[in-house]
Design a protein around this ligand. Structure first.
Ligand SMILES: [Mg+2]
Length: 279
């Protein structure tokens, strides 16, 4: 571990450090090694379903001690950003209660459902400045209709994350990307602002937290189009792990290729010390 030149390590969670309720091989040891060496470690997740404390608690439970401040979720990043740039917007959220609480926790105004109208009719959502689309397992026709009506009247169009599906034991379930595609298709609009990976926003908040320039950071994750693409766009070194969503064959044709392709994070224990910084 001598002469390590990367000082900030950003990790995806699902499929990278753990799967379900199990830490992946080498994850616990890697984090211990990095911290012993005085490295900065940050965890990033596109999931807007739970507060940062929950992810920190899970990591801690699995042997990777973490504080809420060490975790960035797409919901947190969206709230953090809007609180600084557009704190007065009234938001209609297609999302779950935890996300609404997260956004309110940043001092933002989250509107209640528009009651008293038949959801089969044209709903007239009043005072919606922006629609926020998120992973929502309570999605229904009323929410879709309300979001649609607000968007065609010109509300801003935000989303927590673009993922089509969320990996689950035994497959995947529809994620925010599905709702986003439906609303883009319905309105002919494109989303104005995306908070999660691979957005610039998430990586900016991550670098701000670590106080390091991108060339001294390594982004590690199991998805090419989010984790790796985000790291590359930001000018970071990237490591793809094959312990999650990506096969070796998919990794082989991705351009530009990640700096490292590993079977799992355990391999980084050796490699992390050898990665030279970008010139
Ligand atoms: Mg992942």
């Amino acid at each position: 571990m001598m002469h390590m030149t990367i000082d900030g390590f950003i990790f995806d969670l699902d499929g990278t450090l753990y799967l379900g309720e199990q830490a992946l091989p080498g994850a616990v040891e890697l984090l211990r090694t990095l911290r012993t060496a005085g490295k900065q470690v940050l965890f990033v997740s596109n999931k807007p379903l739970a507060p940062r404390q929950d992810y920190a608690a899970k990591l801690t439970r699995l042997g990777m001690p973490a504080e809420p401040e060490d975790v960035l979720t797409s919901g947190y990043v969206l709230g953090y950003h809007l609180a600084r740039t557009a704190p007065l917007l009234r938001l209609y959220v297609v999302g779950e209660e935890n996300l609404k609480a997260e956004l309110r926790g940043h001092g933002l105004t989250v509107l209640e459902e528009f009651a008293g109208q038949d959801e089969k009719q044209v709903i007239q959502p009043q005072g919606v400045d922006a629609v926020v689309v998120a992973f929502d397992r309570t999605l229904d026709y009323r929410k879709l209709n309300t979001a649609y009506q607000a968007l065609i009247k010109g509300a801003a169009f935000f989303a927590t994350n673009p993922d089509k599906t969320c990996p689950m034991p035994g497959g995947g379930i529809p994620d925010a990307g599905a709702t986003l595609a439906a609303l883009e298709h319905l309105t002919g609009r494109r989303v104005d602002l995306l908070a999660g990976k691979p957005s610039r926003l998430m990586v900016e908040v991550a670098m701000q937290r670590m106080g390091l320039p991108p060339e001294r950071c390594l982004m590690t994750g199991d998805r090419l189009e989010t984790d790796i693409h985000m790291g590359q766009q930001a000018g970071m070194r990237t490591a793809l792990v094959l312990s999650g969503a990506t096969t070796k064959e998919q990794a082989a044709v991705f351009k530009p290729p990640p700096d490292w392709v590993c079977t799992g994070v355990g391999e980084l224990i050796e490699k992390a010390g050898l990665i030279p910084p970008l010139p």
